[in-house]
Design a protein around this ligand. Sequence first.
Ligand code: ATP
Length: 243
Amino acid sequence: MTTAMVALHDLRMEYTAGRGRVTALDGVTVGLPAGTFTAVMGPSGSGKSTLLHCAAGLDRPSSGEVVLDGVRLSELDETGLTILRRERVGFVFQAFNLISSLTAAQNVALPARLAGRRVAPEEVAAALGRVGLADRSGHRPVELSGGEQQRVAIARALLTGPSVLFADEPTGALDATTSRQVLALLRGLVDERRQTIVMVTHDPVAAVADEILLLTDGRLVDRLTATSAESIAARMAAVEATC
Ligand SMILES: Nc1ncnc2c1ncn2[C@@H]1O[C@H](COP(=O)(O)OP(=O)(O)OP(=O)(O)O)[C@@H](O)[C@H]1O
């Protein structure tokens, strides 16, 4: 039996907003095997980002448990969570969050350097090579296309060799063609390096994922495998029509 790289057990998240309470996650239980690509989809407000943030140790759930690479996150204090995020988790967001005055190579090395780690130039070159940007290491963000900037952000996230790469709308700021290229790059990391990836997206080209988790109202309502972009778009339209 494959053990899950990321296991969520009855995950619940409630927010107090004004005088009311919002249930963002309403008992999600799922296991994501190592070396797989999972997309999390669902209507706006269905709890996708909350799920990603809890799974990655950025937020603590109200109840339930996250086990990431064998570590029960509820047992970690804040320092433990910070170390876990630094060493075992990589993040990619919609906004590339690159520092404009630094080169691609300097951007890739920055988080590790800030964490007090010496970073060998070969390590940075290897990370940029993995995303197909070996020849762009001296370029500043303004000298790179949007897709290339996102690839630099992916190289930065891969530098520490994370157990899991979490991506929140990584193609949200990219055009259709560039989005496909970035998703193909992520797919390649799974196929060639057994990288585990969990990605929130609205993009039906998420069909490149091994599995799509469909959320509505904080609940896991479907798990889709081996599906096409067309059937995902149709399923999403049907779910949104009922919301
Ligand atoms: N910090 C917060 N305080 C109060 N309510 C919140 C907070 N963060 C999220 N929520 C609420 O929790 C629910 C789930 O939000 P979440 O951001 O996880 O949804 P989402 O599926 O990622 O949405 P979108 O696709 O629009 O980004 C929403 O109703 C949202 O308003």
